[in-house]
Design a protein around this ligand. Sequence first.
Ligand code: OOG
Ligand code: NI
Length: 265
Amino acid sequence: MTPNAFFDSLWQNYIDITPQAEQIRQLFAATDGEVINDHVAFRTFANTPLQLDNLIPLILDMGYEVQGDYDFKAKKLRAKSFIHPDHTVPKIFISELLTDQLSDTAQAIIGKYTAEMKEQSVDHSVFWSGRHWSTPVWEDYQTVMEESEYGAWLLAIGIRVNHFTVSINHLTSTNSIQEVLQRVKDAGFAVNTVGGEVKGTPESLLEQGSSMADRMPFTFADGQSHEIPTCFYEFALRHPDSEGVVYQGFIEANADKIFESTNAA
Ligand code: OOG
Ligand code: NI
């Protein structure tokens, strides 16, 4: 599959449950023309047929290279990023929940659902395939939520793109992340304030911010309906190093806060 076709399918699947993203994209398209994406991100469960390592061949297949490895001890996650030789093609960030580090209770709940997953040969459509397990019941969602917001999100939403990211470097109207986030807020969208609206500094070469995830009514398996967070939109500004090379990596301390864009509150 070509990266172009891949990102077209992803975008459609994303805005189905993230209407804010299309509205915000249009906001910037009106002043800046085509909006270029810096990266997208996915989430999955470790120790399952769709664990991170099993998704890698599909990414490499589109011409990507492994770029970096990340660990989020407190959140019990690990991640990898992938970069394409054509830098106008978005980077890809994939994390997985290390379920064996959760409590026995949370492991038993998640395990009950993920046991339904079949070993399968996967193609690129796995990245917009959603849940490979039954709809959770509300109580299971809530119990997992107490330990891992990520785990609860993934249990309900499944495997699909978690966010797209506007490349501020490619905007023509502004190169200020503060200004970008202000426009997003002025249009009525909440911004993630964990650790401040802007994560990172010009000195660390990557500044990022994000909206808070859209919320959608969700009917749990026991018939209860509750609003749950879906997906969010991110904004990234990359700076050149002392040799003038624009930094392309990810920063653990920033990412740790970006994950919280799907928190319930
Ligand atoms: C990924 C969070 C990390 C970044 O740009 O550092 C990230 C997620 O929320 O799944 O996207
Ligand atoms: Ni991101």
